[in-house]
Design a protein around this ligand. Structure first.
Ligand SMILES: Cc1cc2nc3c(=O)[nH]c(=O)nc-3n(C[C@H](O)[C@H](O)[C@H](O)COP(=O)(O)OP(=O)(O)OC[C@H]3O[C@@H](n4cnc5c(N)ncnc54)[C@H](O)[C@@H]3O)c2cc1C
Length: 458
């Protein structure tokens, strides 16, 4: 069984039903009624090529040897013990959903939020915990120097007629067409050499037609620490060139501006009843590779602060968890328990590595994991096996969303989209999803015989 139907879980299902033996059968659970994890709820809606991976993932779900069981949460609906007594191997692929914090004063003010919440809002996640309906200000500061910060800035600044052709959540579309900020700041506490943007995403933001990119040449100046770091990072050369190009280019005459600010550490978010500004200390690098404060402070006036500092894992009952790394401790994917390696528990994706890496990385992990399982796990003889999980869930009153039910949700969303000339309109609450799925229980799709896999889809 695989817990989590995000890219890591589904690639693991793919690899297992292809690599681990002709008779491998896999159940994939997800706490949401919908599969695809951050591919559906993280990847930016205008990243069409990446979103099209959903088709590949769907074909994995459609395999006869794979059974999708949505709306089933480990820790609430099923326990670790339930899984261990039913399956030959248990794979944790439940991601790293919690946003890291700045831990500075003012972080709780209305107008301050995590990028993961903002992303969840514009991607229609049913558990989005912040209502951004009245949130988007004319000036927004994004703290963090990675591709998620670029995604947020791009969605905030892009021309509004480019949004409806995406599957952006209806609630976000309605709001964003009315509100387009004038100034967005992407702010990092370290220098340009430590930025974690990739070239493709940087160029993409540079291509926004009516947005001026503003870079202060002084902040770009490469300190000794940068020289040291850059020596080991040849990929950084074109990124630096891009920034220097922007710093020199004549400024576009447009009311929409994206400012990149380097070497500024957030000290406090200011405001009385909501965010009004962020105060930052200017930093400098030294030759030992240490960034330190200069004692000089600057203020950026902004009605919203979005922190984009990465994510960390959530601790689930009975499952080992390392609070320092926010991951399930493991040795090359095998869960490391208190008394040594677990006999048949494994971990993959962001639950294994933390919030680093792209979807492609989870595919490599999956192949490695399938090989490990193929060579170490023997199927236990049948006989005194407990009832199928789906029966247990039915007895507990859990409405399981099978692949068939998910296809009804999918169809409903596409049909709603068609009426509006959009690719889909996402259902934004679990209740709506379950009603589209027509409240399915164990009798709707009893576990039947499954055939052997024929192709590796990934
Ligand atoms: C904002 C953002 C944008 C990104 N954009 C890109 C991009 O453009 N290209 C790219 O390659 N990568 C991108 N990534 C990275 C990519 O999303 C990750 O590499 C990938 O999703 C990690 O896969 P995962 O399956 O480990 O985790 P997730 O995708 O988070 O999947 C975890 C799944 O587990 C489920 N789950 C959680 N808890 C439980 C539980 N208790 N019981 C059952 N199920 C549970 C969740 O509902 C979820 O479906 C982006 C990430 C973010 C945050």
């Amino acid at each position: 069984v695989i817990v989590g139907a995000g890219p890591a879980g589904l690639y693991a299902a793919d690899a297992l039903t292809y690599q681990a033996g002709p008779n491998a059968e896999v159940d994939v659970l997800d706490r949401l009624p919908t599969p695809f994890g951050l591919l559906r709820y993280g990847v930016a809606p205008d990243h069409f090529k990446m979103k099209s991976l959903e088709k590949v993932m769907q074909r994995i779900i459609d395999r006869p040897s794979v059974r999708f069981l949505g709306n089933v949460a480990l820790g609430t609906d099923v326990t670790r013990a339930d899984l261990l007594e039913r399956y030959d191997a248990v794979i944790y692929a439940y991601g790293a959903p919690l946003a890291r914090r700045l831990n500075i004063a003012g972080e709780e003010l209305p107008g301050s939020a995590a990028a993961s919440d903002f992303v969840a809002w514009y991607n229609g996640h049913p558990e989005c915990s912040v209502d951004f309906g009245g949130f988007v200000a004319s000036s927004v500061a994004i703290i963090g120097m990675g591709n998620v910060a670029l995604d947020v800035a791009r969605i905030l600044l892009m021309q509004r007629d480019k949004l409806p052709v995406t599957d952006i959540a209806d609630r976000a579309l309605r709001h964003l067409v009315e509100h387009r900020p004038t100034d967005v700041y992407i702010v990092g506490r370290r220098g340009v050499a430590q930025a974690r943007f990739t070239l493709k995403e940087l160029r993409e933001i540079g291509d926004l037609e009516d947005v001026a990119i503003i870079v202060d040449p002084d902040e770009l100046a490469v300190s000794e620490i940068d020289v040291h770091e850059l020596a080991g990072k040849p990929d950084m050369a074109p990124i630096l060139q891009t920034f220097h190009g922007w710093a020199k280019a004549p400024r576009k005459a447009t009311p929409h501006r994206l400012h990149f600010r380097f070497l500024l550490e957030p000290e406090r978010i200011q405001g009385t009843s909501r965010v009004e500004a962020i105060r930052l200390q200017r930093m400098t690098g030294d030759s030992r590779g240490v960034t330190r404060g200069t004692g000089e402070y600057v203020e950026i006036r902004s009605g919203a602060v979005i922190r984009s500092l990465g994510q960390t894992g959530r601790m689930l009952p009975d499952i080992p968890f390392d609070p320092k790394t926010g991951t399930v401790p493991n040795v090359q994917g095998r869960v490391a328990g208190r008394h040594g390696p677990a006999a048949k528990e494994f971990v993959t994706g962001w639950a294994r590595r933390g919030s680093t890496g792209v979807i492609g990385n989870t595919r490599g992990d999956a192949a490695e994991l399938a090989e490990l399982i193929r060579t170490t796990i023997r199927s236990e003889p049948e006989g005194a096996a407990p009832p199928d999980l789906i029966e247990l869930l039915a007895a507990r009153g859990v409405q399981v969303v099978t692949a068939e039910c998910w296809s009804r949700i999918d169809r409903r969303e596409r049909d709603m989209g068609k009426e509006l000339g959009r690719p889909r309109v996402k259902l934004e609450s679990v209740g709506e999803m379950l009603s589209a799925a027509r409240a399915v229980d164990s009798t709707t799709r009893p576990p039947g015989p499954r055939t052997a896999p024929q192709e590796n889809l990934s």
